[in-house]
Design a protein around this ligand. Structure first.
Ligand SMILES: C[S@@+](CC[C@H](N)C(=O)[O-])C[C@H]1O[C@@H](n2cnc3c(N)ncnc32)[C@H](O)[C@@H]1O
Length: 202
């Protein structure tokens, strides 16, 4: 078991407090990136590192009659995701490692990973797996925290320090990983405290 998995299993009950600590920004960002995915009804959509299931819920509401598959390796986080989404019957929850997805190639119409790429131990493996399971010309949206710069660091540096320590996050540069995959960058959003990338499979 990795230290990351242990952390999320132990502290899952506290995770949603973060959304309040970030003044609702995280939820606003999730919605923005999901908008960029152009999800449509009837699609088959993957939410990677779903955590407590907030992005899965947005996806399930946006894409009527879609099937959402929400994966995470922490059972405690997923238990909360199941409770949050108790009344949404188009979400299937699967406990697994994002770097070893138990799915066939090219089956998903869209994929998301919100506040996840800065947490996973092997971002290269996760992006490679997300690319593998995505259909051609379909989109993968990622949102992840970045090191606070400029005036932002005076306000948010202590909060980010807390976030990094408690939730075992780090700052990642995904450009080299993405360049090594059959992906085109469609959108690169500057969210001040976070970066968001929307890529399309070639
Ligand atoms: C910061 S939380 C993000 C949760 C959610 N996506 C959100 O928008 O709030 C990171 C999640 O990634 C999960 N995670 C980390 N590494 C993982 C891996 N290798 N495979 C699957 N889940 C992983 C953790 O269990 C945790 O639920």
């Amino acid at each position: 078991m990795t230290a990351t998995k242990r952390t999320y299993d132990r502290l899952a009950i506290l995770y949603d407090l973060d959304d309040a600590m970030f003044f609702g920004l995280k939820q606003m960002w999730r919605k923005k990136i999901i908008d960029d995915l152009n999800v449509e009804k009837g699609q088959f959509i993957l939410d990677i590192a779903t955590g407590t299931g907030r992005a899965a819920k947005i996806l399930s509401k946006r894409a009527e009659h879609a099937q959402i598959v929400a994966i995470d390796f922490s059972k405690s986080m997923m238990d909360i995701a199941r409770i949050r989404n108790w009344n949404r019957d188009n979400i299937a929850f699967i406990l697994c490692d994002a770097a070893h997805l138990p799915f066939k190639d090219g089956i998903f119409d869209a994929a998301s990973c919100m506040c996840g790429m800065d947490t996973v131990d092997d971002p290269g493996g996760v992006i490679s797996e997300a690319t593998r399971v995505l259909k051609k010309k379909k989109r993968f949206g990622m949102m992840y925290f970045r090191k606070p710069k400029g005036w932002v660091k005076y306000i948010f540096a202590p909060l980010m320090k807390y976030y990094n320590i408690v939730w075992k996050t780090g700052y990642v540069d995904l450009s080299t990983i993405i360049a090594g995959q059959p992906l085109t960058i469609i959108k690169n959003r500057d969210l001040i405290l976070a970066d968001a990338l929307v890529v399309e499979k070639k």
